[in-house]
Design a protein around this ligand. Structure first.
Ligand code: ZN
Length: 96
């Protein structure tokens, strides 16, 4: 019984410490606000011990804030369709 509890505690402990690729994946999920509480905990623990991932995370945060500041707007579907038709027209002109 004691051994089972110890194994369970060890597996929870192990799952909190992730490698860099999983940390990067969690970091991206945090940026897109898709990370669970457990994933946020994992990334915070990893960032304490891993400098390259800390740098990656800081760059991610900067990029996200710049994109928010830029207030980017996307084309409407009609505008996209008009652009596509114009491009195709230009391509067909050059081919003939
Ligand atoms: Zn790392």
């Amino acid at each position: 019984m004691f051994r089972k509890k110890l194994v369970l505690k060890m597996s929870i402990f192990k799952s909190l410490f992730v490698d860099c690729s999983e940390a990067a994946h969690c970091c991206d999920k945090v940026q897109y606000e898709e990370a669970s509480f457990f994933e946020k905990l994992k990334i915070h623990l990893h960032l304490i011990i891993c400098k390259p991932c800390k740098k990656y995370s800081n760059n991610n945060i900067k990029l996200t804030s710049l994109i928010k500041k830029a207030d980017l707007k996307t084309c409407t579907e009609e505008e996209k369709k008009a652009w596509k038709e114009k491009i195709e027209k230009e391509i067909s002109k050059k081919e003939s």
